[in-house]
Design a protein around this ligand. Structure first.
Ligand SMILES: NC(=O)c1ccc[n+]([C@@H]2O[C@H](COP(=O)([O-])OP(=O)(O)OC[C@H]3O[C@@H](n4cnc5c(N)ncnc54)[C@H](OP(=O)(O)O)[C@@H]3O)[C@@H](O)[C@H]2O)c1
Length: 211
């Protein structure tokens, strides 16, 4: 499976403010770029932190892009996704990647709300095993849309093939504001990236890396 991480950060590398509120970092041209990325993907994944903070629908708004809209995926070890979350709305499939630690009643509630559960890992989602299960469901191209905890784990597990970062011309600050990659952080064997392209879009830049 090909895994592409795409995120927008402030000039100081933050995904959102210290209040963890969604902030418009990019503009229309970058939204259009993101829609094209979604159109090329079989599925789009976010972490439960992003679902709880932003309640994203992961909808594709530009119908002219053809192709079936991608399946939606959330990494959610304890099955905390609210049953009325936008990610579960509508007829498109939603996969909840969860772990053995998810309480039975939450699992049942999510299945009743239409989700397909993928159980992988004891305490936390085993991302390698869960992605292998998605691949068996026909997901060959997976787009990761954040947040920073999930992105760090994906780099840690060596699962990322491509990284695209939109750097907006805004400064957020805040030592506790989420960044592109949070988690424990690396102390050695830092993942190195191969810069493939730099372009200007809206009032910011798009940096494209192979990993
Ligand atoms: N600017 C952008 O492009 C962008 C994009 C997305 C999000 N955001 C912002 O980012 C913030 C949310 O980011 P976040 O870092 O708090 O949350 P996140 O990465 O969306 O979700 C993290 C959660 O995912 C769950 N998870 C399950 N398995 C995991 C694994 N193997 N590794 C890591 N996490 C796993 C964990 O909760 P459990 O253990 O309970 O499962 C973890 O706390 C929000 O403020 C949002 O607005 C910005």
């Amino acid at each position: 499976m090909y895994v592409h991480v795409n995120a927008a950060v402030s000039v100081d590398g933050k995904l959102s403010s210290r209040r963890r509120e969604q902030i418009a970092i990019s503009g229309d041209e970058d939204f259009a770029r993101m829609e094209r990325l979604r159109a090329e993907s079989d599925a789009v994944v976010v972490g439960i932190g992003t679902v709880l903070a932003d309640d994203p629908s992961l909808e594709r708004h530009d119908e002219s892009l053809g192709a079936a809209p991608p399946a939606r995926v959330v990494a959610d070890s304890r099955a905390r996704t609210p049953t009325d979350a936008a990610i579960l709305a509508g007829d498109r499939p939603t996969y909840v990647l969860t772990s053995e630690a998810a309480p039975a009643d939450r699992r049942t509630a999510l299945e009743r709300a239409g989700a397909t559960l993928v159980v992988a890992g004891d305490d936390r989602v085993d991302l390698s095993a869960a992605f292998a299960a998605l691949e068996r469901e026909g997901v060959d191209r997976l787009l990761v849309e954040g947040g920073g905890e999930l992105i760090f784990s994906l780099f840690e597990a060596d699962l990322v093939d491509e990284l695209t970062v939109y750097v907006g011309s805004v400064l957020m600050g805040g030592r506790d504001a989420p960044t592109l990659a949070d988690g424990e952080g690396f102390t050695e064997a830092f993942p190195t990236l191969d810069l493939r392209d730099v372009s200007r879009l809206d009032d910011g830049v798009v940096l494209s890396y192979a990993v």
